[in-house]
Design a protein around this ligand. Structure first.
Ligand code: FE
Ligand code: FE
Length: 401
């Protein structure tokens, strides 16, 4: 097994880190990449206004998820947990213990590579792992790399070194990036979910009123709440909500906001959902107390209102997006259906449901969508929520009148 180890302060992690990690993963055919935010770095004390250790860990995790490699990319809090200064040699020794048979490769950027002889116990580092250094393509980097390789091989004859220059690697230091963020710039240098996380927590002097975000900001914030694999669903729901709102004369802005925030709490587990229910005084019926899937609509609506300041129309559209209910508003129907038929959905009958939604009207779409849900729940032997049955009865009644 070949394992890459990428440490750094990740304060914050940015697209430069992400591009390099992706390139090395492919070039070295790694089986596993470990991202390790540093605790107290020996070479540079963290500047004031930095994110906390937990925040750097979470931003690093969000960045790792963007590689879309599932379990093959992991973020470890190895160095954050350890007391005192964090030395790379200690980290490598700990990883060697965990994976005695693995081939270890330590990833690093240009600056680190050119100073590695000054680190704590460099001989131990070269003994435990190979070193992969990467920098931006260009003659400067390449000649500096080859001079350094020569020096290192003389001092550490058994060293294994790979250097590579990556075209298009984003060459930005975290220090420079923090300055730019404080001036309201630099968002494009971050994975969107990381930018959203920074906005939510007001890190690095980024000041945003969460109740009045622009759409790009709101989209980034929404992504920071989601598992990476759910991002396409939410973005497609936004697009579908826009189309439905335009088709049926609904407020497009409200539809977009509701769509972007509708699954905000979807990744939370039962305990976290319950904590939010207590916080926001959300009462649950017997079915909801057991059905994790049903809770995210209610807790998501509460977060949307409390944190992001949405109005009652958007609040109820999120609140009812999973079950529906009797006497639904037009916006509620649009969010329910956009979630159901968005472009990434692929299940038997979705084409017909899309056609009905656009050609026969929202109510006809709701009747078909709700009926399909009821049938599916019955087929799986799952109980159907009373609000879903009420929605269906109500709409059928309306349509027959
Ligand atoms: Fe949902
Ligand atoms: Fe959804």
């Amino acid at each position: 097994m070949r394992i890459g180890i990428y440490g750094g302060t990740f304060n914050p992690p940015h697209l430069g880190h992400l591009t390099a990690a992706k390139a090395v993963f492919e070039l070295l055919k790694l089986d596993q990449l470990l991202l390790i935010p540093a605790g107290i770095p020996p070479h540079k004390p963290l500047p004031e206004g930095s994110a906390s250790a937990e925040q750097r860990l979470e931003m690093t995790r969000l960045t790792g998820e963007q590689m879309n490699l599932g379990d093959r990319v992991q973020t470890l809090n190895l160095e954050l947990e350890r007391e005192g200064k964090s030395y790379t040699s200690d980290t490598l020794a700990a990883i060697r213990q965990r994976y005695p048979e693995a081939e270890l490769w330590l990833l690093m950027g240009t600056d680190m590579f050119l100073t590695i002889q000054d680190w704590h116990q460099p001989e131990k580092i070269f003994d435990l792992a190979g070193v992969v250094a990467f920098g931006r393509s260009g003659e400067d980097t390449e000649s500096a790399f080859s001079r350094q390789c020569h020096r290192l091989y003389q001092a550490y004859p058994n060293a294994r070194i790979h250097t590579l220059t990556i075209p298009g690697v984003i060459d930005v230091s975290s220090t420079e990036l923090r300055d730019r963020l404080a001036r309201g710039e630099g968002a494009h240098l971050l994975p969107p979910a990381v930018y959203g996380y920074i906005l939510r927590h007001g890190l690095y002097g980024v000041q945003a009123d969460l109740k009045h975000l622009t759409f790009p900001q709101l989209r980034a914030v929404a992504m920071s709440h989601l598992k990476y694999k759910r991002v396409p669903h939410v973005l497609a729901t936004e697009q579908e909500a826009i189309r439905l709102a335009e088709r049926y004369g609904e407020d497009v802005t409200k539809a977009r906001v509701a769509a972007l925030l509708h699954d905000t709490t979807k990744k939370l587990d039962m305990e976290e959902q319950m904590a939010l229910c207590r916080k926001y005084g959300i009462e649950l019926d017997e079915l909801e107390q057991k059905a994790l899937k049903l809770l995210h609509a209610k807790t998501g609506a509460a977060i949307a209102r409390d944190v992001y300041g949405v109005d009652d129309d958007i609040y109820t559209a999120i609140f009812w997006h999973t079950t529906g209910h009797a006497r639904m508003t037009r916006l509620e129907k649009i969010i329910y259906l956009a979630d159901y038929i968005e472009a990434t959905r692929d299940f038997p009958g979705v084409e017909e449901l899309r056609r009905v939604c656009y050609e026969e009207g929202l109510d006809a779409g709701m009747v078909l969508g709700l009926s399909m849900t009821v049938e599916e729940m019955k087929a799986r032997g799952n109980p159907v929520h009373s609000a879903t049955l009420a929605a269906l009865a109500d709409l059928k009644g309306t349509r027959e009148n």
